[in-house]
Design a protein around this ligand. Sequence first.
Ligand code: SAM
Ligand code: DTB
Ligand code: SF4
Length: 343
Amino acid sequence: MTPVVNASPEELRATARRLEPPLLAGRWRVDEVEALFALPFMDLLHRAHGVHREHFDPNEIQLSTLLSVKTGGCAEDCGYCSQSAHFDTEVKASKLMALDEVVDAAQAARAQGATRFCMGAAWRSPKARDMGRIVEMVREVKALGMETCMTLGMLDAGQAAQLRDAGLDYYNHNLDTAPDYYGQVITTRSYQERLDTLDNVRAAGIHVCSGGIVGMGETRTHRAGLIAELANLDPYPESVPINNLVPVAGTPLADSAPLDPFEFVRTIAVARITMPRTRVRLSAGRENMDDALQALCFMAGANSIFYGDRLLTTPNPTSGHDRALLRRLDLRVAGMDEADTGR
Ligand code: SAM
Ligand code: DTB
Ligand code: SF4
């Protein structure tokens, strides 16, 4: 390491950062995050795993199950998405699901071992006429003893308060990518609008779940830019999903070149180092990852997965496969007794 005698305050600060990741939000410059990405792979993994062990039981994984409660026909033009009305994909639009169907799906997810149920809707933002049923969904799923999460697009302060009053535990709204790449992917919703929604969720007292997608043709600097944005939220999100693009035929990003799998692992590791206490979720894209790569992601600091045979509109590894994977890696399910997991 460079000697720090006679170093400028800036050099001292940089050295301190190399020695110990900042625990307070608001401190990461994009080039500093990029420097983490550039560490030798083994050094990066070792450092990330050390941070992981300091803050979590490294043998525990949290399981969230997704359900698309309103599919397709979305007004937004997110370039990766099967559900946008702007693109011709195989997904057909459907109406908001009935309450009892949602409760049945949540019960089934609980029986499979999920502790959190995440309900997604293909909306720019919820309409007033839909809020009644949405609120009932939160109440009834929570009454099953599960943690509740929703992702419904943009929320204003009043909608966030309604969801909080219903008992919503988490709201997912992703920044998706770096501010300076965002315009290549989405034009109908601004970055600032996403940040405003996150502010509204935070102000309502709901836990924030926010992450992004990699493998959309972005550069490493863009990936660092996304992580810096997330890590500099004050406070940073309680939950950070890292999605690997699932290419969907008919979308503008269908033919994106696949990301080097080790670059995906680096992204997980950098998220862990910059947001030591967050749940980093190994999210979309697991269907295209083998078990060894997923194990490497857990080593790098991922400690949550989407669990269940489907994501929103695309396939996910089966619950049986995932249970076997957890067993083979001696991973326990967070928030559950051994007896309940059927292991
Ligand atoms: N409509 C809501 C919204 O976008 O705010 C909620 C659902 S949306 C599908 C949630 C997130 O899923 C997106 O922000 C994106 O990060 C991720 N996602 C969607 N399609 C994906 C794909 N094909 N591959 C990887 N991640 C995807
Ligand atoms: C998130 O970050 N990933 C999930 C959840 N939040 C809502 C969605 C992944 C969707 C993958 C593509 C699909 O199944 O349509
Ligand atoms: Fe709509 Fe969400 Fe898909 Fe964007 S990601 S098109 S907002 S469903």
